[in-house]
Design a protein around this ligand. Structure first.
Ligand code: KQY
Length: 365
């Protein structure tokens, strides 16, 4: 059922933190040839690995276009439900529903308006109509009521919640002219509070360097690990443009408190050394007018902070880089009861995001 007249906050619902126990995880299956190289086959192999890894810990639902349905069904993956879900691309963090709970055993979905990261201003592809239905379809499959924000564009990768009333986001993304250009920062903040059941929004200035696809989503630079505590993508080298971005985020976060008055504790996770697209990789992505090109030599927005926090495990992108081990160790220290599951994720990165961007949790209400 669609709820038109009220908001989650008015009804006593809020977005729990990602570490809140999950009922399941949703993913979409990649196949877009103007985003994924070589008919998306290398990306599909990594998506399959992500799906099967998460499925060791919780049920997984994979949404697949009809053209790939038989292929994915035949994989016969344990604890994985394959459903036909028409989509334009595979970023369910962004086009899927954000689930909210009321602490009394009830679950609902927020179905944000989706415009492919900027619509006709600076969006990544056209059309995006199938992606925009994903939130509604997720709610239908889950059998939950849905709030639709017809007048407000948002992607799930642009927000994090601590589950206690504080939200993290970036100015770079939410104030970009491709989302809600007619709204002021105060109006956007009010929407976040209403639809996420929150009281305070922390605005990090910028996302990861070269995260141009998403205009600097927060889920690539910073993530809550506990109320009052975050991990931040960090770069020591002052000559690297990432350093200034990370330093701005650090200065901002250390000057802030959360809604409960806690100072924000920041744990740094160094980013991998710069990763660029090779000529071979760029050559095997279809270049189509109107979609964002993949060019030889472009730097990719690589970050360990784009991990997924599921029941019992952290699904962590790694890059065969000298900083991989430090990221694994830091997260293991932060989550001593969870298994760290590193997955070599260059293929997902080549598509413009990473493991957090391709997953969407449904919390246990
Ligand atoms: O990182 C994300 N949340 C999505 C990236 C979309 C990239 C499309 N090429």
């Amino acid at each position: 059922m669609r709820i038109n007249d009220t908001t989650p906050k008015q009804d006593g619902y809020y977005m729990p933190a990602e570490w809140h126990e999950h009922r399941c995880t949703y993913l979409l299956w990649p196949e877009r040839e103007d985003n994924w190289r070589e008919n998306a086959e290398p990306a599909q192999a990594v998506f399959q690995q992500v799906i099967q890894t998460i499925a060791k810990y919780e049920p997984v639902v994979v949404g697949v276009n009809v053209s790939q349905y038989a292929h994915v069904l035949e994989m016969n993956m344990p604890n994985v439900q394959v459903v036909e879900l028409a989509n334009n691309d595979a970023w369910i963090r962004d086009c899927g529903a954000t689930c909210v709970i009321n602490g009394k055993g009830r679950l609902r979905g927020v179905d944000w308006k989706f415009n492919a990261w900027g619509g006709l201003v600076n969006g990544l592809y056209f059309p995006w109509d199938q992606d925009d239905f994903i939130g509604a379809k997720m709610c239908a499959i889950e059998g939950i009521d849905r709030y639709r924000t017809s007048d407000f564009v948002l992607e799930g990768g642009s927000i994090h919640s601590d589950g206690e009333g504080t939200i993290l986001t970036t100015e770079e993304c939410l104030l970009d002219e491709g989302r809600n250009p007619e709204m002021s920062k105060e109006q956007i903040e009010a929407k976040l509070k209403e639809y996420l059941g929150a009281e305070k929004v922390l605005w990090i200035p910028k996302g990861i360097y070269m995260d141009e696809d998403t205009n600097g989503h927060v889920d690539n630079i910073c993530q809550f690990v506990a109320p009052g505590k975050v991990v931040l993508a960090w770069e020591d080298n002052e000559e690297d443009p990432q350093h200034e971005r990370s330093q701005m985020a650090l200065d901002y976060l250390e000057s802030q408190t959360d809604v409960k008055g806690r100072k924000i504790e920041v744990v740094k996770i160094h980013v991998p050394n710069p990763i660029t697209i090779t000529a071979e990789e760029a050559a095997h992505v279809d270049q189509i007018e109107g979609t964002f090109p993949r060019r030889d030599g472009d730097r990719l927005p690589a970050s360990y902070v784009n991990y997924y926090n599921c029941n019992g495990a952290i699904i962590l992108p790694v890059f065969n880089d000298e900083h991989d081990q430090a990221a694994i160790d830091t997260l293991q220290e932060l989550f001593p009861d969870k298994i760290i599951e590193p997955i070599y994720a260059r293929e997902i990165l080549l598509g413009g995001g990473n493991i957090h961007c391709i997953t969407q949790q449904v919390p246990k209400p």
